[in-house]
Design a protein around this ligand. Structure first.
Ligand code: SF4
Length: 128
């Protein structure tokens, strides 16, 4: 089982090896590999520090994100879009099929990057 903040479903979808630090990217790479190899991995949604945050330089000593207000808002938006409760549990293969798009992430500093990937994929006919 893997705990994920709801908005990290989107971060994983658009992740292309860029991140906040080398340790953050190494952890993201490992998580992406795991989900790719085991799409039946159970994901437990969790509106707090998760498997991705634990290697992030923006995770504070008290266990909160440095941009907690913004990230909590992103979590709320994703949950509303998915119409799921905050503690939903599903297999990764089911989550990865939800039609979430980067337009949902206004305010995130990575949004332009994710939108550019979405655009490239649309041009090449690939699914994001
Ligand atoms: S600590 Fe904050 S910035 Fe870092 S991965 Fe978690 S939610 Fe994102």
């Amino acid at each position: 089982m893997l705990a994920l903040r709801p908005h990290h479903l989107l971060c994983l979808r658009y992740y292309r090896g860029k991140g906040y630090s080398a340790a953050f990217c190494a952890n993201m790479n490992a998580i992406c590999r795991r989900l790719h190899d085991r799409p039946d991995t159970v994901i437990q949604l969790h509106c707090g520090a998760d498997s991705i945050c634990r290697a992030c330089p923006h995770l504070r000593q008290d266990g909160l994100c440095e941009t907690q207000e913004k990230t909590a808002d992103l979590d709320r938006r994703v949950l509303a879009e998915l119409a799921l409760p905050a503690n939903a549990r599903l297999r990764w293969e089911a989550f990865s099929r939800f039609p979430l798009q980067a337009a949902l992430c206004s305010g995130c500093s990575w949004q332009d990057f994710c939108l550019s990937i979405e655009k490239e994929n649309a041009l090449s006919g690939e699914k994001t």
